[in-house]
Design a protein around this ligand. Structure first.
Ligand code: ATP
Ligand code: MG
Length: 419
């Protein structure tokens, strides 16, 4: 991508209303544009980041044999009446609802348990067809009381939601453990510091649930981490903050956390209300036991920025960085400019996703924008190139720099895409 031929708008100034780091940096870096409260246009760089997060989550879901599907956003009221959640969600004001030309009512998906049950019922009828799990990436709509902090709490946001179906609570527990492990893998791949806390089931019903909390000052929940047994508990649930509720140790640490994912053992709640049954081995008709597993994909991007930035801007882990590198001609001379173009073309040919900052701007502006947008490597074609034919590679995270001939850059980058 050549910046001279791209939509690329960064800003140094920002409004006082941008109180969280991730929100502010995404706006400053020209990645996030508010349409109205809690509703955003996500720019190209951030769209690429979110696609990479999606790919990472998809890989983990496929590994545990969950099957990807696509569910609609528009859902008929009748399904929500069956599950007895229509009035509940309406009264809370959380759900966007609308009518069609025949006056039939719908909601815009705030979550998809009803659809998932409707999909499975009367299609899976025997224990022989169980277990199975489905998932999707989809937009969710919630008329949040206080939409804020950019992607952290939007009124429209992307969620990965998954649903699993079982003949027994024991089988659910096994799959729940697989999902739990897959979630931990995703957060580890993103280098996120996180805790897993026991949670209330809220509007979902069911028996057990846990939340994955990314540690960050901007988080809305307060957590007690135990250094002794490794557990994490929500302060709301723990009640007090001086001792671990699990093991009694006083070696605790209080941190704030962002809820990234929430996994539930639902049991038979929806199945009973909505008539989702199967014929068991003994020939009896029983409710299918369910689990459900949500992960905030857009919120994850915000959580990563909360944990990974410095005074100059975002520092994307390379697994989800919007680009691998940015080539910066830092001198106006023909020799530097041409070498930068050649290097950029060469890197692209070798499969490195890079930017050429060929804008008519000063080197200082280019460096600032590269740092702000969090590209892992800056490749500077400037003075040293003019004098000894070497370019400078600067690591966004460590700020270390090394010099080398342009011919060696591709190999170096391919070997140094660690995190
Ligand atoms: P919260 O307590 O933050 O309102 P929730 O418990 O209502 O979230 P769930 O129904 O558990 O959310 O949804 C699954 C995941 O979707 C959450 O763990 C979170 O990562 C994400 N999520 C929920 N609401 C939003 C939102 N308004 N904006 C962005 N992501 C969200
Ligand atoms: Mg939740």
């Amino acid at each position: 991508m050549r910046l001279s031929q791209s939509f690329f708008v960064t800003q140094r100034n920002y409004s006082d209303e941008l109180t969280t780091v991730s929100h502010r940096l995404m706006v400053q870096a020209g990645m996030l544009f508010q349409v109205t409260g809690g509703i955003y246009i996500i720019g190209h760089f951030l769209t690429k980041v979110i696609q990479k997060i999606t790919d990472l989550v998809r890989t983990e879901m496929n590994t545990i044999d969950a099957q990807e599907i696509s569910m609609p956003i528009l859902q008929p009221k009748s399904l929500w009446v069956e599950s007895r959640r229509w009035d509940q969600y309406k009264n809370q004001g959380l759900m966007f609802t609308l009518r069609d030309r025949k006056e039939a009512e719908y909601c815009l998906s705030p979550t998809n348990e009803e659809l998932a049950v409707d999909f499975i019922r009367n299609r899976i009828i025997s224990y022989r067809q169980l277990p199975c799990a489905i998932y999707q990436f989809g937009e969710k709509f919630r008329d949040e009381i206080r939409p804020r902090f950019g992607l952290m709490r939007g009124r429209e946001f992307t969620m990965k939601d998954a649903y699993s179906f079982h003949e027994s609570p024991k089988d659910l527990e096994e799959w729940y453990a697989k999902f739990r492990n897959a979630y931990a893998n995703v957060l580890n791949r993103l280098n996120l510091r996180f805790g897993i806390v026991e949670a209330d089931n809220g509007e979902m019903g069911g028996t057990k649930s846990e939340e994955f909390m990314a540690i960050a000052d901007a988080g809305e929940d307060e957590l007690v981490f135990c250094s002794s047994c490794g557990s994490a508990v929500n302060v709301e649930k723990a009640g007090k903050k001086d001792q671990c509720t699990k093991c009694g140790s006083m070696e605790i640490r209080i941190s704030r956390g962002i809820e990234i994912g929430h996994i539930f053992q639902l049991g038979g709640y929806y199945s009973k209300n909505m008539g989702l049954t199967f014929t068991s081995k003994d020939g009896t008709e029983e409710p299918i036991i369910m689990g459900c597993y949500g992960m905030g994909i857009s919120r994850l991007a915000a959580a990563v920025v909360e944990q990974s930035h410095d005074e100059n801007g975002i520092i994307w882990p390379s697994v989800i960085a919007p680009f691998d590198a940015i080539v910066i001609p830092a001198r106006p001379s023909e020799i530097a400019v041409n070498a930068a173009i050649r290097l950029y073309e060469d890197l692209k040919d070798q499969g490195i996703d890079c930017i050429l900052d060929d804008r008519d701007a000063s080197a200082a502006v280019k460096f600032k924008d590269a740092d702000l947008t969090g590209i892992p490597w800056k490749i500077i074609v400037g003075k040293t190139f003019e004098s000894n034919g070497e370019v400078e590679l600067k690591d966004r995270r460590s700020k270390n720099s090394t010099q080398m001939k342009p011919d060696n850059v591709a190999r170096f980058l391919l070997e140094n895409q660690g995190d």
